[in-house]
Design a protein around this ligand. Structure first.
Ligand code: WAQ
Ligand code: MG
Length: 270
């Protein structure tokens, strides 16, 4: 589902020259045929009640997936105690460096996210910090992701014990679980481009899905995603997997609540 509304003022018209449409919300999922109608209903409702405003254009695409989805487990979820963007920066550097990602690669990632103009994710090699995505405006767009019914219910239950059972968290967790399930992807760093959503995350097989509150200040528009990959990665294979291969989250994650950075570093999940 993609929802937008016509740009109201000149400023947003200039910023969106191509379409003069303001993006409101986008979402996708994988469903059993019987559940499609209900899913579509929920997407429409979501587009019409979004905090960014009411959509005046909603595009729904429904596609029959012939390929059986690959099953991936959701990463375990934890939240780090973090009170400021400065603190967040330190935590991110610690986490990524202990995964073997160079300071240079991390600095490049911060720059990309600060610029925050991409629609998809940037791909950066872990040592030299080389940027690999062919289109730097679009980036790589993760797609064909969903979560199974049972896993979704169980995950909701576990997340709600920690007060974080929201669509935003579930969808980001689904995306991250697909991304880091790819062998040559070491980690993902994500900051929402929503100016009022200030919790981001670092995801990796080793430490799971680590939420970082106050990753940016309220009102800050910048955001983005960076995937850190092995130097010799084959970009065609990676892009094919992220953009085209259906992946379904089949298992709910453990939810560990709030932890310190040292607890995370000293009790890796894998
Ligand atoms: N594939 C790759 N990159 C994407 C995709 C996608 N499907 N969708 C968005 N991005 C990139 C793009 O550069 C956006 O600017 C950036 O990610 C942020 O997107 O547990 O809502 O939709 O509380 O703003 C994190 C939840 C929410 C943390 C992340 O991202 C938590 C979020 P947004
Ligand atoms: Mg979003």
């Amino acid at each position: 589902m993609r929802a937008s509304k016509a740009a109201k003022n000149l400023k947003s018209k200039i910023q969106n020259l191509k379409s003069s449409e303001v993006h409101i919300s986008g979402a996708e999922g994988l469903y059993e045929a019987l559940d499609v109608q209900n899913a579509v209903k929920r997407y429409i409702e979501r587009a019409l009640t979004h905090p960014k405003g009411k959509a005046d254009k909603i595009v729904i695409t429904i596609e029959d997936i012939k390929q059986k989805p690959e099953l991936v487990s959701a990463l375990p979820v934890g939240t780090i105690n973090c009170l400021s963007p400065n603190g967040a920066r330190k935590i991110i550097i610690k986490l990524l460096q202990s995964l073997g990602i160079s300071k240079k690669a991390v600095d490049i990632a911060f720059e990309i996210i600060k610029d925050g103009k991409m629609r998809g994710a940037a791909i950066i090699t872990r040592e030299k910090g080389r940027r690999l995505e062919p289109d730097r405006e679009r980036g790589v767009r993760v797609s064909y992701i969903g979560i199974g019914k049972r896993a979704s219910k169980l995950l909701s239950l576990r997340l709600s014990r920690h007060g974080i059972n929201t669509g935003t968290v579930k969808e980001a967790l689904t995306l991250a679980s697909k991304v880091v399930s790819y062998r040559d992807v070491i980690a993902e760093l994500c900051v929402s481009d929503d100016p009022y959503y200030t919790t981001g995350y670092v995801a990796s097989e080793k430490f799971g899905y680590v939420r970082i509150p106050n990753i940016k200040n309220r009102g800050n528009n910048s955001g983005g995603r960076v995937f850190f990959v092995e130097e010799g990665i084959n970009m065609e294979d990676l892009t094919q997997y992220l953009e085209r291969v259906p992946v379904l989250i089949g298992d709910a994650a453990l939810c560990r609540g709030t932890l310190s950075i040292d607890e995370i570093l000293h009790s890796p999940y894998k």
